[in-house]
Design a protein around this ligand. Structure first.
Ligand code: SF4
Ligand code: SF4
Length: 110
């Protein structure tokens, strides 16, 4: 869904590796910790990240969304987790905002 743990990582001052800045700064404890610089990232944590950051985990409404909108939509599992306690829950207000922005840009391009 995004670059977290794929080609974006955050490393803190202790050498702990996280999927991205939000996975670290949003204080989820070790939930999104991907081991550390000494150990590297274990296969188990890679599998975990693939399970979290996976297009198959996208909410049903997003799978059916216009691909042109979806490609511009930030399906941020970390902010979902922070706001709703569910990595894959997307707020209706965010969804409406993304759609309105998309159609506003389309109008402006005419
Ligand atoms: S606009 Fe809404 S339905 Fe479409 S991808 Fe974004 S959150 Fe999902
Ligand atoms: S979309 Fe969210 S989870 Fe993904 S890299 Fe950005 S902040 Fe991290």
């Amino acid at each position: 869904m995004c670059y977290s743990g794929v080609n974006t990582f955050t490393v803190n001052y202790k050498g702990d590796i996280y999927g991205c800045h939000r996975c670290y700064y949003d204080n989820f404890g070790s939930t999104y910790k991907l081991d550390d610089l000494d150990k590297g990232i274990s296969l188990a944590r890679r599998v975990f990240m693939c399970d979290v950051n996976n297009l198959d985990m996208m909410p049903a409404k997003c799978k059916k969304c216009n691909p042109a909108i979806r490609d511009r939509c930030h399906l941020c599992f970390a902010s979902n987790k922070k706001a709703y306690g569910d990595m894959h829950a997307i707020s209706n207000s965010y969804c409406m905002l993304m759609k309105e922005l998309f159609y506003l840009l389309l109008e402006r391009e005419k």
